[in-house]
Design a protein around this ligand. Structure first.
Ligand SMILES: NC(=O)c1ccc[n+]([C@@H]2O[C@H](COP(=O)([O-])OP(=O)(O)OC[C@H]3O[C@@H](n4cnc5c(N)ncnc54)[C@H](OP(=O)(O)O)[C@@H]3O)[C@@H](O)[C@H]2O)c1
Length: 216
């Protein structure tokens, strides 16, 4: 796939690198320096290049949205027309100092994003893991028991694309249902962050859903 990265920081930089290493064509965009985008592309060791958000969006089969919520307007404006694009968002609707969700309970960041982009095909994924686990999970990806990663969306074919990207970076994709379920996965992401950065789990924390009991 051709994957455009909108926001090449902790999440976008790492996931873009792993998508390139998994064989996808990646365009890194949206960082404060062009130099950084070029370095990411060079170090990705795959088919990757630096570009503008517009270039990242134009040819993409899938876009990864990985910016702080406060940068959403700016990055979408620069990306231009995203009609028909699969938009995999890991962005959480956080306030300026990252202490609280600014949308919750009766809606979610992903739902607001989908309303803003009625012709985009939004899937929420990757925001329930700390960025620090990504490389380790990718390197261990041939092991049979992979960590889980939930994703939500309303469009079946976009979810298929997202599930493939999730698999390619080493997780077991768990379909959590329609986009409205992000009302629960976004707060879950904050729980994971709390355990990772302030609990004993450490940022290497990932998770796995187990099936208990036997089927009848
Ligand atoms: N980090 C995590 O573990 C994690 C986990 C779950 C969800 N998330 C969510 O994922 C999203 C991205 O998080 P992140 O940690 O990857 O954030 P980040 O490291 O701050 O990355 C954001 C990117 O946006 C770029 N940017 C910011 N202001 C800009 C501007 N004025 N012009 C151009 N580029 C600009 C940054 O540029 P620079 O590279 O130059 O700084 C960076 O590349 C957030 O919504 C967050 O809530 C993060």
């Amino acid at each position: 796939m051709r994957v455009g990265i909108l926001g090449s920081g902790l999440m976008g930089g790492k996931l873009g690198t792993l998508f390139a290493r998994a064989g996808h064509d990646v365009v890194f965009s949206y960082a404060r320096s062009e130099q950084k985008l070029k370095r990411l592309a060079r170090e990705a060791q795959g088919n990757a290049r630096a570009g503008s958000p517009g270039e990242a969006a134009r040819e993409a089969d899938a876009l990864l949205l990985a910016v702080h919520w406060s940068r959403l307007d700016d990055v979408l404006k620069q990306a231009g027309d995203v009609s028909g694009k699969v938009i995999v968002s890991c962005s959480l609707p956080m306030n300026a100092d990252d202490t609280a969700l600014v949308i919750a309970h009766t809606s979610s960041g992903a739902e607001q994003l989908a309303k803003r982009l009625p012709k985009g095909r939004v899937v929420s994924a990757f925001n329930t893991v700390p960025s620090e686990v990504l490389l380790g999970v990718f390197e261990a990806r041939r092991k049979t028991r992979r960590p889980s990663l939930v994703y939500c969306g309303d469009d079946a074919s976009s979810k298929k694309t997202a599930a493939q990207l999730i698999r390619d970076v080493g997780f077991d994709p768990v379909d959590a249902g329609p986009l409205r379920i992000t009302r629960y996965t976004e707060p879950f992401a904050l729980l994971v962050a709390q355990l990772a950065y302030e609990g004993d789990g450490g940022p290497e924390l990932a998770y796995r859903f187990e099936r208990f009991g036997r089927k009848a």
